[in-house]
Write a protein that binds this ligand. Structure first.
Ligand code: APR
Length: 288
């Protein structure tokens, strides 16, 4: 096994941490890293957590690019916004996929990573969570609305692309169950679409500006469960690092930004964040 030079980061195999049989093996380096991240959170004046689909896989929602992920089953080309607005057939295909993705999301519950982020807010240690996820699990975990920035929208409601009328997602799913192939707006007849941002669709202006602003002014930026390959979201860690923040990446697989991170943890989001939270709480506890 190659032993790569590690600077408290990089893929050093002694940090392998969950052995998959429920047993734990914490290498010295991993323990140091977890403690260091906790100390940085305690010292931080402005922490931004940046989340991707990997943050929700332990809640039963598949991610996009891992084996068995969404893009293993569907061709992303079929879901470009331009296709959606171009034909009835594309809209029907889109709604079939969206319905399959929505079912696990609707049932999903926050996992220890979501709960840790909500707890960091209660401890006054979180500026905001910038998420690429559309599953609404940060709301379910208890983060307050104003500290959640949904860069790629949400699957929890539906919008008319024409008059912007908003519909409850379950109501629209009900119409699909009753045989509707493609739902249209009751008011203007325009096409309805989950309030998510598809490839080729304009990013939400307020959320994108706010995410950039907070990324450029934070002192600690923690990425959890993202492959960091989809722009413009994936440029946020860069913005934070370039503006002097410490960058931590917690992801099961390597990302293109691992080398510029101050700490990289290749591990499970849930167990890693639960461990870090425990150390933060210990560190914040008033000394007897
Ligand atoms: N713990 C830690 N990391 C995990 C876990 C886990 N339990 N499960 C998966 N991962 C990691 C994977 O190794 C992968 O690198 O999370 C990453 C998820 O990457 P993607 O599937 O590419 O998801 P994301 O980065 O959120 O995708 C960005 O692409 O398809 C679009 O709009 C979609 O918002 C999405 C965007």
């Amino acid at each position: 096994m190659p032993s790569l030079p590690c600077k408290l980061g990089g893929a050093c195999d002694i940090e392998k941490w969950e052995m998959g049989n429920g047993k734990w093996e914490i290498g010295v380096r991993m323990e140091e890293k977890l403690k260091q991240v906790a100390q940085w959170i305690i010292a931080s004046k402005s922490l931004v957590v940046f989340g991707g689909a990997g943050l929700s896989t332990e809640s039963g929602i598949p991610d996009f690019r891992s084996p068995g992920g969404v893009w293993d089953r569907y061709d992303p080309e079929d879901f470009y916004f331009q296709k959606f607005i171009s034909s009835e057939a594309s809209r029907e295909k889109y709604w079939q996929m969206a319905t399959e993705m929505y079912e696990p999301m609707k049932k999903a519950q926050p996992n220890p990573a979501h709960l840790a982020i909500a707890e960091l807010e209660r401890l006054g240690k979180l500026d905001c969570v910038v998420t690429q996820n559309i599953d609404g699990l940060h709301h379910k975990a208890g983060n307050s609305e104003e500290r959640i920035i949904e860069l790629h929208g949400t699957a929890m409601h539906v919008t008319c692309l024409n008059c912007k009328k908003r519909y409850d997602r379950d109501e629209i799913q009900g119409r699909l169950r009753k045989g509707t192939k493609v739902p249209y707006c009751d008011d203007c007849g325009g096409p309805l679409k989950p309030a998510t941002i598809s490839f080729g669709q304009s990013m939400p202006e307020r959320e994108t500006e706010e995410a950039y602003r907070r990324s450029s002014t934070c002192d600690l930026f923690i990425v959890i469960g993202s492959s960091l390959v989809v722009q413009p979201a994936a440029s946020m860690p860069l913005v934070a690092k370039r503006n002097g923040a410490k960058l931590v990446i917690i992801n099961r697989d390597s990302t293109p930004y691992d080398d510029m991170a101050d700490i990289v943890i290749h591990g499970q989001a849930g167990s890693t964040m639960a461990n870090i939270l425990e150390s933060v709480k210990k560190g914040l506890a008033p000394s007897p």
